[in-house]
Design a protein around this ligand. Structure first.
Ligand code: PNS
Length: 158
């Protein structure tokens, strides 16, 4: 059984993230979406709100779980017996950061592999930060986020 984790801040989860989850399920048996709790970033939604929204978004996909995590990703992987990390790459600008995380995780846990999926053409420009900014200014982000997330963003900024 190939178990993978898809970790991230997901503040909020976008159509780009959803695309990565769906495509991951073609190469692994199960995906745990792990929402980072302990971050210095100022987030719009609490970790529990993010989990709730993502659960609603992926409720019809089989073999997907959504959880929060704090501390090191490698400890989460050890605890859940996961040896594959999934990350999306939108553009070259993502590479240095992802490369650094990849190398660090490998140092921390031998045997942990990271699978990078390049964003699909229509998702490569989507970012959670831009989605938040546009939503806060009343712009249309209906093409960028799944319906449950859109509803929560509208509620937040109404
Ligand atoms: O969506 P993000 O913010 O780019 O995700 C970053 C994330 C959550 C994958 C990364 O910060 C992480 O794994 N943090 C947990 C702490 C950790 O394990 N740090 C060592 C590797 S950077």
């Amino acid at each position: 059984m190939r178990k993978a984790v898809y970790p991230g801040s997901f503040d909020p989860f976008t159509n780009g993230h959803l695309d990565i989850v769906k495509r991951s399920l073609k190469i692994v048996d199960s995906v745990t979406i792990a929402v980072l709790k302990n971050t210095s970033k100022k987030n719009l939604f609490t970790p529990d709100e993010r989990v709730e929204m993502i659960r609603e978004t992926v409720k019809d996909l089989g073999n997907v779980e959504v959880e929060t995590f704090s501390g090191l990703l490698v400890d989460f992987c050890k605890h859940h017996n996961i040896s594959i990390v999934i990350r999306g790459l939108r553009a070259v600008s993502d590479f240095d950061y992802e490369h650094a995380i990849f190398l660090m995780n490998r140092q921390l846990l031998e045997g942990l592999e990271t699978v990078f999926l390049l964003s699909s053409e229509n998702h490569s420009f989507i970012s959670s930060s831009i989605v938040k900014e546009v939503a806060s200014l009343g712009g249309d982000i209906s093409g960028q986020v799944p319906p449950p997330i859109l509803a929560r963003l509208h509620k937040h900024f109404q």
